[in-house]
Design a protein around this ligand. Structure first.
Ligand code: FAD
Length: 380
């Protein structure tokens, strides 16, 4: 699905009923201009994470909206309504949010109506709604749950769009869209960095491996989106054989989601609690242009069987001011592990269980993470 195809041929339409797909010029994406990050050099020493059960503050479980062919971004006609789908962003929905929001908003705006409904109030719905407001639209968000009760509130959330699709099911068009969305999103997130209201700040990040890292493909959106990137470096912190290192943005989702809600309401947006069971429920909405950002919930409503949950469990430790870095790696003893340095607490993660709908925290997972990260810290 090429963006120009998505946006092809449409005039303004203020009345009900679906109209043909609109035309817009593709935005010019300039490469990021990044100064020195407000963090230590990538080779600076690291303080160990104090990972022990007596420092655990909370454990959260969330279901990532993982769609095997990758995120869905397209305009369709549902009943008499023009619907733009914007869902299924897997493990990278916060990272991609501003990019897919801009692309989805372009689609919705081109239908020519001022009143627009956005379904869903996660990071995708809120950023899409804000993009539409910026263009002068009168936006109402309809959702079953609002922040802080969304999956987006549980997200890590490190800026790195990954785990977005099954490699053998994603199309070249979707990959093109994801690269473009990543570029747009990263540039937008930089503008929030170090504003305490949004909880977005720079960190240094390490991908760890005992095997040589694959450098045949650029990172999502291009390596320029990962300032300072050094790939497949021999030797690594924690005793790994190889590592990639770069600077990226940490998005403290508790603060960030609250700030987006404030921005939306402060610009005259409305929020309505409503659950949709089937696509026919959309008929009851007064708006004729609708952007669907219901994440995992889109599967049942729009009968999309390609979207499944990818369960993730996070355990938080008491915060440590001396941790300004994150990492991700796989260990023989403890499996996949990652750590993000949130200011509200040290975040321990490492689960991505496809097809698992359980929202119950698992005690054995808590121990795996606490012990696994303690073992890594002992290797520093
Ligand atoms: C443990 C974990 C760690 C993660 N880490 C990262 C990370 O580091 N970086 C990153 O970029 N991403 C990360 N993610 C992924 C990220 O959380 C998701 O991709 C993102 O939250 C998807 O946003 P969304 O707005 O589509 O969905 P959601 O946040 O789930 O919002 C969906 C909205 O739709 C509403 N809705 C759903 N169904 C219905 C219905 N039937 N009727 C009405 N409303 C409905 C919901 O109430 C909600 O308001 C992580 C996720 C998890 C679980």
């Amino acid at each position: 699905m090429r963006r120009r195809d998505l946006l092809a041929g449409l005039g303004a339409a203020g009345l009900g009923g679906c109209v043909a797909t609109p035309t817009l010029n593709a935005p010019v994406v300039t490469p990021p201009q990044i100064g020195s990050a407000l963090v230590q050099p990538l080779d600076a020493p690291m303080a160990p994470v104090q990972s022990s059960m007596d420092r655990v503050t909370r454990t959260l479980v969330g279901l990532r909206p993982f769609r095997k062919p990758g995120p869905r971004l397209e305009a369709v006609c549902v009943g008499g309504k023009d619907v733009v789908h914007n869902y299924g962003h897997g493990g990278g929905g916060v990272s991609l949010s501003w990019g897919v929001a801009e692309l989805a908003a372009d689609n919705a705006k081109a239908f020519g109506r001022t009143e627009i409904a956005v379904l869903g109030a996660g990071s995708i719905g809120l950023s899409t709604a804000l993009e539409l407001q910026r263009a002068g639209a009168d936006v109402t968000i309809y959702a079953k749950d609002f922040p802080p009760y969304t999956t987006s509130n549980i997200a890590g959330a490190m800026w790195h769009p990954v785990t977005l699709y099954e490699r053998d099911q994603v199309s070249a068009e979707t990959m093109e869209m994801l690269h473009l969305a990543s570029k747009i999103a990263f540039l937008r997130f930089i503008a929030y960095a170090n504003d305490p209201r949004y909880g977005v700040y720079w960190i240094r990040q390490y991908s760890l491996s005992n095997r040589p890292m694959n450098t045949s493909r650029p990172y999502m959106g291009g390596d320029a989106l990962y300032p300072g990137l050094k790939r497949n470096q021999p030797g690594a912190p924690f005793g790994f054989a190889y590592h990639d290192a770069y600077y990226t943005l940490m998005i403290d989702s508790d603060l960030y989601m609250r700030a987006l809600v404030n921005d939306f309401l402060g610009t005259g947006g409305r929020m309505v609690e409503q659950t949709f069971d089937t696509a026919a429920d959309l008929e009851s909405l007064p708006q004729n242009t609708i952007v669907n950002c219901m994440g995992l919930g889109s599967g049942a409503v729009f009968e999309d069987e390609s979207i499944i949950p990818a369960r993730g469990q996070l355990t938080f430790l008491l915060p440590q001011n001396d941790i300004d870095y994150g990492y991700a790696g796989w260990t023989r003893e403890h499996g996949q592990l990652y750590m993000f340095p949130r200011k509200t607490g040290v975040l321990l993660g490492g689960s991505f269980d496809k097809g698992d709908w359980s929202l119950e925290p698992r005690e054995d997972e808590v121990h795996r993470m606490v012990e696994g990260h303690a073992a890594l810290a002992a290797r520093l």
